[in-house]
Design a protein around this ligand. Sequence first.
Ligand code: PLP
Length: 459
Amino acid sequence: MNQPVKITNHLPTAELQALDAAHHMHPFTDNSALAKKGARIMKSAKGVWLTDTEGHKIIDGMAGLWCVNIGYGRKELADAASSQMLELAYYNTFFQTSHIPAIALAAKIAEVAPEGMNHIFFAGSGSEANDTNIRMVRRYWDIKGQPEKRVIIARKNGYHGSTMGGGSLGGMSGIHAHGGKIAGITHIGEPNWWEQGGDMTPEDFGLMRAQELEKAILEIGVENVAAFIGEPIQGAGGVIVPPSTYWPEIQRIVDKYGILLIADEVITGFGRTGNWFGSTTFGIKPHIMTIAKGLSSGYQPIGGSIVCDEVAEVMGSSGDFNHGYTYSGHPVAAAVALENIRIMQDEGIIDHVRNVAHPYLMQKWQGLTEHPMVGEARLVGLMGSIALTPDKASRAKFAAETGTVGYKCRERCFANDLIMRHVGDRMIISPPLVITPEEIDILIERAWKSIDECYTAVK
Ligand code: PLP
């Protein structure tokens, strides 16, 4: 037995770090390296600003993990949680029961979702929702008398979560290497023109990548294919904005072969791309959309699948769907998500993204390409990336002995009180949607300084 520990808000950082290292296993982290270094410990937050236990004020260019869309510290959400806990802290939605927050939230999501997408199956997270999707599309084809349609086609370097199902849908070899991958999922290439497009135009490359879907369907046999899944913009893969030709061609192929289309909107949903959903931004017509993160602005863990009328009708036509989570539609999470959407609507947060934050950030973000180490800069809504390169014209990669320049740059950002993530040598941002032009100025100033310090170090 360990000694009893009394944690207060006033323990020195070093003691908190020691306890963290001794007992807390962090996700997606080299825990022994972290134990040597000590975690940076966040204490409080307001708007786009985090404060750590050392009193640093850090601008959060990632909205947590792409989720705190309405910004930190909104009392209305705390009040919604507290009154719901007192009213009905928990009840389930299994076995013919329901409750008011789940009903209200489902109806509200149907209101903001694209036309014909009126049904919501709740989960606790994006990964869980994607596990639901695997089972739902397979069950859909069972009911329609085509049980052999089980294969789901996804993309290399896509990210769909890290449960067994979500991790298998994702196309990240590092995830598959730890625990394996379930059967019946195939990956095609990603529409990453900057790194993989060679001499092709972005448009031709986008078409070529989309046509890999048709090739895969023909190879596997359409009679065996249930669905295709993709993020409108790959987020965790590095904010890879597909060429303009990509999604229309995917849509043509999906329509031609009559397979289901799942748009994973866990990041792109709830305003991130300047519309309620990324599918609207890219003109995609999915049968199912995965949601989480911005649904509650990260204030409560909640996710789900928004399902189109036809799929919901089939699913409802043949008895039970033997699937669900204890916390599907959790009343406190649902009440908080509902309040989050109310705030987004009442405060015109998507209009702010479209009319204020995106145009202002776009101009400044593009300005970063004046730096000798910054190649392309992409931004859709408030989701962006820049490519670091030793040579812009050839879109070259850094020499292996230079190490991961993105990681070094991220470390400089951290030291300069800016949270910006890296994926390889791509730096990515996804700030709270409420960010103001003044805050964008600070973000850009710190980003430039960090890139420049990194440039000096690797030159
Ligand atoms: N899908 C996408 C597109 C994501 O970006 C993520 C998380 O980043 C997930 C699914 C998994 O969501 P969660 O971490 O809530 O399980």
